[in-house]
Design a protein around this ligand. Structure first.
Ligand code: SF4
Length: 374
């Protein structure tokens, strides 16, 4: 097995076995893990406390039954899965769960948590242009910090926070480089591997993830770029999984050359910048810098233009919209983006992502016809 294959296999294992990653961390450090609900949380605080932040992104193929008691049938697919897992006690080993509530479904879920782990809820301000929004978010972060410290019985110092911010910024920068490398070497980083590299960072200490991805990038870049005779796409949406779905991309030689997935590139889009005001203020400011996300109010609606630019810059043939079933914020963005794609003559395809399904034949047929049309 080459070193590239070995690193990818290690990251795929972590991505596929989050519980094992958490148990290993607990055994190694004697500390626990804190659940991070989608989409944006001051994860650096958890890291600074010495706990492992674990992304909670639902599950695939699990039949929904218990969640129906608490969520309407039209609640989005990912939160149906999260609720089902809560009811089954899947998150009860977490020392706490943090979430912000930028959409109605998350608001409901934060008030109906069925697990035993303590829940820490905060709000991201949506009128993000104002300085008052930064001040408001600092107050929210102070409360999150206080609750974390009380729940975990630790003190989170500013020095520890600064260290964690630097580690997270480095990880985001390395992942942005990885996105480019994956686009240049689709023969090496196929759709499944690309996703695994992103997903593993949800369940690993970022410094360990950075180390592996840096090595992966160096190994890949040491080989020549080969011409790609398949198609190239930019994908957007909440997430694009499971592997059975991504396998279809591989089967039809569709390379993912960039993404705007909430689970992937939106997580690495903005850094916590240097400057005045202390770590909490700078972390709050990074929310103001966020763009192109359905969860961060943007009156100028730049997401469609951002995707068009990504398509042009990467030489992609089309945009694939991975629409999370019953996700209102994503559904609201879609008509605006679609009109812009059409005006610019950019081909696009929308596929529905439903975490409950186990058969992908319909998507396969649609992707096959799309590729033939391209
Ligand atoms: S943003 Fe969409 S997918 Fe995410 S929790 Fe809200 S409704 Fe569900």
């Amino acid at each position: 097995m080459s070193r590239v294959e070995a690193i990818l296999s290690q990251l795929k294992d972590v991505a596929a076995n989050p519980k094992k990653a958490m148990d290993d961390y607990k055994a190694e450090t004697g500390k626990g893990a804190v659940g991070i609900m989608p989409y944006y949380s001051p994860e650096e605080m958890v890291h600074a406390a010495g706990y492992l932040p674990m992304g909670l992104w639902g599950a695939q193929g699990k039949a929904i039954s218990k969640a129906r008691t608490y969520l309407p049938a039209f609640a989005c697919s990912i939160m149906q899965q999260v609720m089902e897992l809560q009811c089954e006690g899947a998150y009860d080993d977490l020392s706490a769960v943090i979430f912000s509530v930028p959409c109605d479904t998350l608001k409901c879920l934060s008030q109906k948590w069925k697990g035993t782990s303590p829940v820490i809820v905060f709000t991201h301000p949506q009128n993000r242009g104002l300085e008052a929004a930064n001040q408001f978010l600092v107050t929210e972060y102070e409360l999150v910090k206080k609750q974390l410290e009380a729940t975990l019985d630790v003190k989170i110092s500013n020095a520890a926070l600064e260290n964690s911010i630097a580690i997270y910024n480095e990880n985001r920068a390395v992942m942005r480089e990885f996105v480019q490398v994956a686009a240049d070497y689709p023969q090496v980083i196929d759709a499944v591997s690309r996703h695994a590299v992103f997903k593993a960072r949800q369940f690993m200490l970022k410094e360990k993830h950075t180390e592996l991805v840096k090595e992966l990038i160096a190994e890949i870049k040491a080989t020549p770029v080969q011409p790609w005779d398949g198609k190239k796409v930019v994908v957007t949406g909440i997430l694009l999984e499971p592997n059975e779905l991504l396998d279809i991309f591989n089967e039809f030689k569709i390379a993912i050359v960039d993404d705007d997935l909430a689970q992937e590139s939106r997580q690495i889009r903005v850094d916590v910048l240097d400057g005045e005001g202390g770590p909490l203020y700078r972390m709050a400011k990074s929310w103001q810098q966020m763009y192109g996300c359905s969860l961060a109010t943007d009156t100028k609606k730049i997401r469609g233009k951002m995707l068009i630019n990504k398509t042009i810059q990467t030489g992609a043939d089309a945009i694939v919209v991975a629409m999370m079933k019953f996700c209102d914020p994503e559904e609201w963005d879609y008509p605006v983006m679609y009109r812009e794609f059409e005006e610019k003559g950019i081909k696009s395809l929308m596929i529905e992502v439903d975490q409950e399904v186990t058969s992908f034949e319909q998507i396969k047929t649609r992707l096959q016809s799309f590729v033939e049309m391209l």
